[in-house]
Design a protein around this ligand. Structure first.
Ligand SMILES: Nc1ncnc2c1ncn2[C@@H]1O[C@H](COP(=O)(O)OP(=O)(O)OP(=O)(O)O)[C@@H](O)[C@H]1O
Length: 255
């Protein structure tokens, strides 16, 4: 019942002869916010691509709420409850903010419904869209075309679309990239609010965001998770300091 929301078991990905993800094990509890950090080229995006089904693993397992999802398509994985943001690419630029959010909600109703059932649920969809509009603080931009929003507003819209389907597990790829400090601070708060009751996995380079948002941090180096712990514990971990600074933090250590 209370198993992990997301679990990676000895996950591996090889491109040609090179193993990029080298036996990753990770158990993310339901409701937890986890930031994945690591040097450039460590394999963070590859890990996200494996979890969301864009790449098939070369080995190991991925479980969403206990259910195997490795080998499934991104569509199937989304339907099973995992939503991933694709930065601003999933926004329809010529639709209004409201219409964009409603597309996200309608998508979650699926195409299997008959037209009659679909129409009968439109009221629900509109209500849900209103809620989302408020959650991402874009009520004042309701009728504005997405292409006319500021960059930060587009990112907020994108998060609204990502959570529109109600997926319990959300993957966000560098959600604050390109934002000013003030926008970033506001955005962290927004992410906190919209992910209440959900499980969040985010790839992030900005340490301010990582420490402001994450309950636990997974540090990926050369395709392996070298630490998975609370922000304070990760900050104090000599292996992490070495991976980032290139020098052991404790000179008297057994290096
Ligand atoms: N489709 C692919 N084919 C071959 N090699 C790939 C492919 N995708 C990624 N790689 C390689 O895998 C390694 C990890 O890349 P990845 O993008 O996952 O790292 P990252 O940690 O997300 O880096 P960054 O922080 O720079 O975004 C890199 O060496 C990259 O060149």
């Amino acid at each position: 019942m209370n198993g992990p929301a997301l679990e990676l078991v000895d996950l591996r990905k090889r491109f040609g002869k090179t193993e990029i993800i080298r036996g990753v094990n990770l158990r993310v509890a339901a409701g937890e916010r986890v930031a994945v950090i690591g040097p450039n080229g460590a394999g963070k995006s590859t890990l996200f691509n494996l979890i969301s089904g864009r790449f098939a693993p070369s080995g190991g397992e991925i479980r969403l709420a206990g259910r195997r999802i490795d080998g499934k398509t991104p569509y199937e994985i989304n339907r099973l409850g995992l939503a991933r943001s694709f930065q601003i690419t999933n926004i329809f630029p010529k639709l209004s903010v409201f219409e964009n959010l409603r597309c996200g909600v309608l998508w979650s109703l699926g195409y299997r419904y008959s037209l009659f059932r679909f129409l009968s649920r439109l009221d629900d969809a509109n209500r849900r869209t209103e809620e989302l509009l408020a959650m991402v603080r874009l009520e004042g931009k309701r009728e504005v075309l997405a292409m006319n929003l500021t960059y930060a507003e587009q990112r907020a819209l994108e998060i609204g679309i990502t959570i529109a389907g109600g997926a319990p597990v959300v993957l966000l790829d560098e959600p604050t990239a390109g934002m000013s400090k003030a926008e970033t601070a506001r955005f962290i708060q927004l992410i906190r609010e919209v992910t209440v009751g959900r499980t969040l996995l985010t790839v992030e380079h900005d340490m301010g965001v990582v420490f402001g948002l994450a309950d636990r941090i997974a540090v990926v180096v050369y395709g392996e998770v070298i630490a998975f712990d609370t922000p304070d514990a990760v900050r104090a971990d000599p292996r992490v300091q070495e991976a980032y600074l290139g020098t052991p933090a404790q000179p008297e250590g057994d290096a």
